[in-house]
Write a new protein. Sequence first.
Length: 615
Amino acid sequence: MFKIEESLSNLINKDPTVINENANKDSETFTTMRDLTAGVVSKSYALEKLLPKHVAAAHQSGDIHFHDLDYHPFQPLTNCCLIDIKGMLEHGFEIGNAQVDSPKSIQTATAQIVQIIANVSSSQYGGCTVDRIDEILSPYAELNAVKHRKTAEQFVYPDQLDTYVNQQTEKDIQDAMQSLEYEINTLYTSNGQTPFVTLGFGLGTDKYSRMIQKAILNTRIQGLGHHHVTAIFPKLVFSIKKGINFAAKDSNYDVKQLALECSTKRMYPDILNYDKTVEILGDFKAPMGCRSFLPAWKNAQGELENSGRMNLGVVTLNVPRIAIETSGNLAAFWRLLDERMELIHDALAYRIERLKDAVPNNAPILYKSGAFHQRLTETDDVMALFKHQRATISIGYIGLYEAATVFYGPNWETNPEAKTFTLDILRRMKDFQAQWTAQYDIFFSLYSTPSESLTDRFCRLDRERFGLIPNITDKGYYQNSFHYDVRKAVSPFEKLDFEKDYPFLASGGYIHYCEYPKLTHNTKALEAVWDYAYDKVSYLGTNTPIDKCYECGFEGEFNTTAKGYTCPTCSNHNPETVDVVKRTCGYLGNPVQRPTIEGRQKEITARVKHLKDKG
């Protein structure tokens, strides 16, 4: 049972399993502690009073995980979204008591975007995305150029006019993008954290879109503050498309080169390959926050619509437990999987039912001011924005690696039968997805869960229940979604070839990562992987060591310990004088003094050895 007194005590006593549940919440601050305290109360009430009893029991035992219990269902909040920034800037919006008109410059436009992001993030519990920001902001940059030209015509020689206008406009764009980055990183939302925001860009080919793309990347490369530390937000997703920026002959190839430099120095941007994304999703769009994707959807006018759509929440299935419980009996595995999927159904159906209690006045920025595109009145039914499969709700899963290990051993990745088994798991889940989508008229998406703390939670619960099982529970974590076993050294090309089939089934959320050594002086190596990935995967992230110590000057990979990360040269781990950046599932984080998976794994390995020595 969830014990509120015990959880509050753990929070007060700084139990790492409580205060480090989210890698981007600074648990030292009053605002975060207040949010964590409220979350404990909300979670307790939800488990004891709101959720169906069998769903609450399944969550607490670890059969499933009902995500974000600290927010939903205590309040009927939505999860993540693609904000309709274009519509809000063009038509204006309200925040609080202020009626905000359409901006007349790129500086004002970016300032408005920051305010929209802050309010949207405080009105839901997941990430948000401003997609195609370069193309959205281009008309406002042009307004700057028009203004500069009018001024210059009075004071600048005609033969210098164009040069002057371009220089001034480019400076305005750079200043606006730098302000956007700084303001996002200094924001605190109502849940005690910087907004989990993603910027999608890269496809604009006009002059001002190109300037904006370069300004976004140069700002990220420059870094924040006098130490030029890596900005954690916004998450940058750079779109690559043949004919625009893929090859040297393409008009925006120079921007791709800048994106490569940025990725080697700051890990972002991730890349989104246009053609493969369209093949998987039906049309092109960035993810909502971390990795949640929307399927293609047409409005009443028959037009494809993405901005203003949203996700309604996630419930994740503990796949390894099903394999462990059925002891390698395939027939029993499929029967139990079907039973557990009924739990997932009941949990997600409850999410939908709870959302019926929301009214437009609960979140005016979402429902009345255009973030969700359609602008409702206070008496309208919010479900109108979710129905007709406009919104998604997600069936998550974790640990295909461990499930296959039960049946085929720990090195099954090269076994075609084993891989088919893992794909069949997703096919079976997708069958349920289709049934439930038709039943509820909300799109049930199959989602490769970014299992930040869940990699630990499910494994810990199963270790307590089933003991230390080699290559499954003894590692200290479960492998995220469909990813290749992180303990194995494979090339990026092998990893992509192995993983490329899974997003076609789990199209509701996915990302691929490749690990690299330091690449700041070898962007061509990274480009070779990006180019190889174009026809194989949709969404690709770069993981490369970019830690820095400002005491001794070291740059590279910090050492991992059970308590956090330290400089390998001088053992410095002072958060004031180091810049440690690690990817935690979909987002980057600064986990200097937080437990690491590697550190936990070392502790568990030592414990296993101690138990074996004792016999």
